[in-house]
Design a protein around this ligand. Structure first.
Ligand SMILES: Cc1cc2nc3c(=O)[nH]c(=O)nc-3n(C[C@H](O)[C@H](O)[C@H](O)COP(=O)(O)OP(=O)(O)OC[C@H]3O[C@@H](n4cnc5c(N)ncnc54)[C@H](O)[C@@H]3O)c2cc1C
Length: 482
């Protein structure tokens, strides 16, 4: 074995679990420090047909970085910011293990006050660039800036045979391949480097958080907003929702969370929170804010109770608040898991863009209430990318919760067509692949897998189930599992 490959020992236990709280198993681990080492390790393991699970920062919530046997390749030591280039738009090339926070610090240091940033900002700052690209992760400003793919001009990737590929955008075909790799959850190769396209921050940023008592009130506001949005100078750069259960979880932990502990307590009567972020020139923002305040008043939300903030520092606090919503739900799972380690995170991650806001909330609530399961909902209002998290108290509820997630996915598929997701499939949701990718898409993915990883060693269990009896969700031949 290569000198960089270590047998699994007690001290590496933390690399067996990610934020999905699923526990994996592995026989060896490596921490390559550069691309050459990645290639060497892959070639060594290929000889023995050892499966490899790739890890960035392990903040994923669908178990993608959790090994099901074989080898763990953790890229946390590949942390160099390699170069900056000023082409049509400024770009930065980094190694895959650089975290989002480290990237932001590097950009600030290089551009000194010129206010450049990389727009796909998933809220977890410790996430690695490799992990972000593998899952096509994005943050709350996605409806304004668009998909992560738009902000990647080139990657370097080591495939399942140890061969290095440089994939850019010099032809339509190459560009399509790059877009396919982004979001393919490490099935085609190990991203070692990426060149990222930067943008200038908007001139001004304001945030307004409205509170509503009734679902009908927030629904009327969302409807009103969607009717007039085109006239609002494209100023709205985020629309985030959190329900009362999510807010209760944050309130119970707020005192221990430095970034948000000074925010006012949220009145018990408020059952729905809607955060709107505005960006652009001061004049446009002021006009838009006035329209929004009037609309809120008409829909029963008191503008005097709204939180209104301006400037990047204050906006960061609002982002931290919404990050805490996700974090507190994960903390809840961790606490319950201490009593029973079979319990893992249970999140439905389904976009329902065609549904009115109220129906979208009811889609989740009705069945959860019927089954007496506790849920917390949060996420993007635009595109209805809402995340319904089941909060089980014990294993019996956990088992019902798993079935409820399957039910929601099946319902969404049957009623509204293909299910779009935001946080990836990983291993936690691979039984749902048939709802998420069409047969044609699955066949294309299998063909690409054959080309880049013919031995099927990379990230086994991600996206495609290893249960070969489940023909719709597996790509592995019966008897061919490693
Ligand atoms: C509190 C919290 C908030 C979050 N908020 C958001 C959010 O706003 N938006 C969002 O989209 N996600 C969010 N996430 C999920 C998570 O942060 C993202 O999925 C993130 O992109 C994962 O990055 P990572 O480095 O931790 O990847 P990991 O968890 O280590 O890996 C994720 C997947 O990528 C693969 N992978 C990792 N690195 C590479 C590589 N170099 N080459 C090939 N494959 C690789 C892994 O095998 C795995 O399948 C959140 C998570 C938490 C815990």
């Amino acid at each position: 074995m290569s000198k960089e490959i270590y047998p699994m020992e007690e001290k590496y236990q933390e690399y067996l679990i990610d934020e999905s709280k699923n526990l994996g198993e592995a026989t060896s681990i490596s921490f390559p420090e550069n691309e050459d080492e990645v290639q060497e390790i892959v070639k060594t393991l290929l000889r023995e047909r050892v499966p490899i699970t790739v890890q960035g920062s392990m903040t994923g919530i669908v178990g993608g970085s959790i090994p099901c046997g074989g080898h763990i390749m953790n890229l946390q030591k590949m942390k160099r910011i390699l170069s900056f280039a000023n082409q049509e738009q400024p770009q930065v090339t980094v190694e895959a293990g650089v975290s989002l926070e480290e990237l932001e610090q590097g950009i600030d240091r290089h551009y000194r006050g010129e206010r450049y940033f990389w727009p796909p900002t998933p809220s977890e700052g410790t996430a690695s660039i490799g992990g972000i690209l593998a899952t096509a992760a994005r943050g709350m400003n996605v409806s304004y800036y668009g998909d992560t793919k738009k902000y990647v001009s080139e990657i370097q990737m080591v495939d399942g045979m140890g061969k290095l590929h440089v994939i850019g955008r010099s032809s339509a075909e190459e560009s399509d391949l790059l877009d396919t790799i982004i979001g393919s959850e490490g099935l085609l190769g190990i991203i070692t480097k990426a060149t990222l396209v930067l943008r200038k921050r908007l001139e001004e940023s304001w945030g307004i958080t409205f509170f509503f008592k009734e679902l009908d009130q927030i629904d009327a506001f969302v409807k009103g907003l969607e009717e007039i949005e085109e006239t609002l100078s494209k100023c709205i750069v985020a629309t985030e929702y959190a329900d009362r259960r999510a807010l209760d979880l944050v309130e119970s932990k707020k005192a221990f969370m430095n970034k948000i502990k000074e925010l006012p307590d949220i009145e018990k009567a408020f059952n729905h929170l809607l955060y709107l972020e505005l960006g652009g020139t001061e004049e446009r923002i002021t006009q838009t804010a006035e329209v929004l305040m009037n609309l809120a008043l008409e829909c029963g939300s008191d503008p005097d109770k709204a939180w209104a903030v301006m400037g990047e520092m204050e906006i960061q606090k609002m982002h931290a608040f919404h990050h805490c919503v996700a974090e507190c739900i994960n903390l809840y799972t961790e606490e319950v898991r201490r009593g029973d380690n079979r319990i893992t995170k249970l999140e439905a991650d389904i976009a329902l863009p065609e549904l009115p806001f109220k129906e979208c909330i009811e889609f989740y609530r009705e069945e959860a209430q019927r089954q007496i399961l506790d849920i917390a909902i949060f996420g993007h209002v635009k595109g209805r990318y809402l995340h319904a998290n089941i909060l089980p108290k014990n294993y019996t509820e956990y088992e019902s919760g798993e079935k409820l997630i399957d039910f929601w996915n099946r319902e969404a598929y049957e009623k509204y067509g293909q299910v779009a997701i935001e946080h990836g499939i990983g291993k936690v949701k691979n039984r749902l692949t048939k709802y998420i990718y069409t047969e044609k898409q699955r066949a294309q993915m299998v063909t690409q897998k054959q080309e880049y990883d013919p031995q099927q060693l990379l990230n086994r269990g991600n996206v495609f189930s290893e249960d070969t009896d489940d023909k719709d969700s597996s790509m592995y031949e019966a008897g061919a599992s490693l």
